[in-house]
Design a protein around this ligand. Structure first.
Ligand SMILES: [Zn+2]
Ligand SMILES: [Zn+2]
Length: 366
């Protein structure tokens, strides 16, 4: 954990005004929205916001100056958990003081001294639809993902820009009030600040003081060539943020591939129906067939090919992620001649007479 003054690049004696100016400059430069391609921007932005959140608040700054960098137990600097224990042992409620530093989630577990548990962020899922061709070629798609994150206007503080949050005057920032019931003294959440320990005099207009705003983030996702319908692509770390330093969840992109009018996919293989004439099937031929990527390849039809016969053309199916690419399977569709001329009829009758000896249905009655 870096020294908070270092994070903002100000002297320890900096005035509130200097802090504010330093913060604004940094927050603008590092805001995730202005750095969509830099995955570290969000981390830096959070660090900057958290530093400002503490130092802009007189009470918190005092506590930090007293216990933070100088009063800590470790030489490396400020360990939030050491600080938490240190303060709690002295009966000093700081559960709110640095809550925002650790991912925004505050967990008050009835006086438990346990450190907040890190929790991995939730995975998100989104769907994209690709054409048959794009799925084969591979594509870059931009997916919008709605996420709750620190409000851009107030940097997550909930206070209108130019104003700051302050410790709740009713509970002194503890978020709790002592209630005497006969012999017992219990505590209940402070009503004024609803247990948060802080009050916002002028709420940020954009997020109504919540500090969180739903933003649509757009991620560019590379879809590998040959992706199949229903495949799920994992984009690491683009799910919801973790809590208390936990890793962010993943974004899963579920791919829907639209059917093609001409081609049908079976695993990595792609089937195309190709009409063939009776003489071509009987005598054999070389014919041109279309590939899914719009090329034309020549294939040899062996003499005596039956209707429905599959001819395999290696490497012309869907690209494989590993191993061999799929094949293009040419399925022959035998055309039966229709509307014959007199000459054609005579020729076929001659053909039939020459072929005449065998009855193709003989076996059916055997
Ligand atoms: Zn806001
Ligand atoms: Zn209060």
């Amino acid at each position: 954990m870096r020294d908070l003054y270092d994070v903002l690049g100000v002297a320890r004696a900096a005035s509130q005004n200097e802090l504010k100016q330093a913060y604004r400059k940094l927050a603008r430069a590092h805001h995730p929205d202005t750095n969509p391609d830099d995955p570290k921007a969000e981390e830096r932005f959070k660090e900057i916001s958290a530093a400002y959140d503490t130092l802009s608040d007189v009470e918190k700054r005092k506590a930090y100056d007293q216990f933070g960098a100088s009063g800590g137990t470790s030489a490396q600097g400020f360990d939030p958990n050491d600080f938490r224990d240190f303060a709690q042992e002295r009966g000093f409620d700081i559960s709110d003081l640095f809550g925002d530093l650790f991912g925004g989630g505050r967990r008050r577990t009835g006086g438990s001294r346990g450190r907040p548990r890190t929790r991995r962020g939730v995975d998100l899922e989104t769907r994209v639809t690709l054409s048959f061709d794009d799925a084969l070629r591979g594509a870059r798609v931009t997916v919008p993902v709605a996420k709750d994150g620190p409000c851009g206007d107030c940097a997550g503080t909930g206070a209108a820009p130019g104003t700051s949050r302050s410790a709740c005057p009713d509970c002194g920032g503890s978020g709790e009030r002592q209630v005497n019931q006969g012999f017992f003294a219990t505590s209940e959440p402070c009503r004024r600040c609803r247990g948060k320990g802080i009050v916002i005099e002028t709420p940020c207009a954009a997020c109504a003081g919540a500090g969180q705003a739903r933003r649509t983030k757009r991620y560019t996702v590379k879809i590998p060539a040959g992706i199949s319908d229903g495949a799920r692509i994992r984009v690491r770390g683009k799910g919801l943020d973790g809590e208390h330093g936990g890793a962010a969840g993943d974004l899963w992109v579920v791919v829907q591939v639209l059917p093609s009018e001409r081609f049908v996919r079976r695993g990595l293989d792609i089937i195309v129906d190709v009409p063939i004439t009776f003489p071509e099937a009987a005598l054999g031929a070389e014919i041109d067939v279309p590939t899914p990527l719009g090329e034309r390849v020549r294939v040899k039809v062996p003499a005596g090919s039956a209707d429905g016969k599959l001819l395999r053309i290696r490497g012309r199916g869907a690209p494989a992620q590993s191993g061999d690419d799929g094949a293009l399977l040419v399925r022959l569709k035998l055309l039966v001649p229709q509307g014959l001329s007199t000459q054609q009829t005579e020729a076929l009758e001659r053909f039939a007479a020459l072929d005449g000896a065998s009855d193709p249905r003989a076996e059916l009655f055997g």
